[in-house]
Design a protein around this ligand. Sequence first.
Ligand code: FES
Length: 139
Amino acid sequence: MNYSEKVMDHFINPRNVGEIENADGIGEVGNAKCGDIMKMYLKIDEDTITDCKFKTFGCGAAVATSSMATEMIKGKSIDDALKLTNSAVMEALDGLPPVKIHCSVLAEQAVKAALTDYYTKQGIDPEPIVGKVPEMEEE
Ligand code: FES
């Protein structure tokens, strides 16, 4: 299997690994098939994601995609983070082998799950804004 240099870089030196104390939103998602789990922490000020960290109990592609996803949403608005798709993350990493696409889906879902948690904590119904985020992906 061939991984791009960017994937290898983010796998070996993942950015923003860890937890955020008093995070404003925490999301955890998993994939039922491979059993991998991803946890995303967001710090939000007004409408901006000021900090973002992740922990992944998963494969190398899961580490690389979550690392890239955190870089892509840090300092951005919630709106931008909501628009983050797994294909954008894959593109930023110069692609992933087809069997690893679901790993990037996990990264997208983890961001959305953290935003769901953020809105819930604010007393706002997250579903019309974020959509439905499955805790477990079947694919
Ligand atoms: Fe499951 Fe990568 S193999 S997230």
